[in-house]
Design a protein around this ligand. Structure first.
Ligand code: 5GP
Length: 203
């Protein structure tokens, strides 16, 4: 049976990327999807690890070829989930996590209604201001804009199945890993294996 699709969204500055990687460390059967983006790499980011970094033209060509499961423009840059690698991982039985913005999440959920949606929240407004402030590089207008964006993104939380509050990283990663595991144990995901077990009783 195909692996599950887990869609994780959160306002920028919530620490979702670190959280997702911590959850993945706890489970050998879940893999991240690595997105394509037209934005420039930040210092320390690696091509093929954090993202596949491409030009806007390359990105547009990929859209035309139908290479993306979903794509969106976020803060002026293009981001997209590659169709082929997600399908291959799921076909190999791995659960796949998409860490994407709320627009992408709503497209992905329309395409895959059986997917699991997880929304990550910061513990408070102040905590998010502190984290965004600590990232640095921005003006106070920037910070205002990001906080307004965060509020707009948080308004989408009812479209998800689960909420994880990222206050303590370890606890939040345990919660995300538990969600992934519980979803794997759902009855409808186990019908094949249950049928095999039942066969052993019918000899
Ligand atoms: P950043 O530039 O900070 O890495 O990401 C900006 C936003 O784009 C984040 O909300 C991130 O989750 C989102 N994002 C990353 N990859 C994708 C993708 O493939 N599709 C969509 N729709 N959003 C993405």
């Amino acid at each position: 049976m195909n692996g599950n699709l887990i869609i994780v969204s959160a306002p920028s500055g919530t620490g979702k990327t670190t959280l997702v990687y911590e959850a993945i460390k706890r489970d050998n059967f879940v893999k991240p999807s690595i997105s394509y983006t037209s934005r420039a790499p930040r210092s320390g980011e690696k091509n093929g690890v954090d993202y596949y970094f491409v030009t806007s033209d390359e990105f547009e060509t990929m859209i035309e070829r139908g290479d993306f499961l979903e794509w969106a423009r976020v803060h002026g840059n293009l981001y997209g989930t590659p169709r082929q690698s997600v399908e291959a991982l799921r076909a190999a039985g791995y659960d796949v996590i998409l860490t994407i913005d709320v627009q992408g999440a709503s497209t992905a959920r329309r395409l895959f209604p059986e997917a699991t949606g997880v929304f990550i929240l910061p513990p408070s407004y102040e905590a998010l201001v502190n984290r965004l402030g600590m990232r640095g590089g921005g003006t106070s207008d920037d910070l205002q804009l990001r906080m307004q964006n965060a509020l707009d993104e948080i308004a989408h939380y009812p479209n998800f199945d689960y909420v994880v509050i990222n206050n303590d990283l370890n606890k939040a990663a345990d919660e995300l890993a538990a969600i992934i595991l519980a979803e794997r144990c759902r009855l409808e995901r186990q019908t094949e294996v249950v049928e095999q077990i039942l066969q052993t009783f019918r000899r």
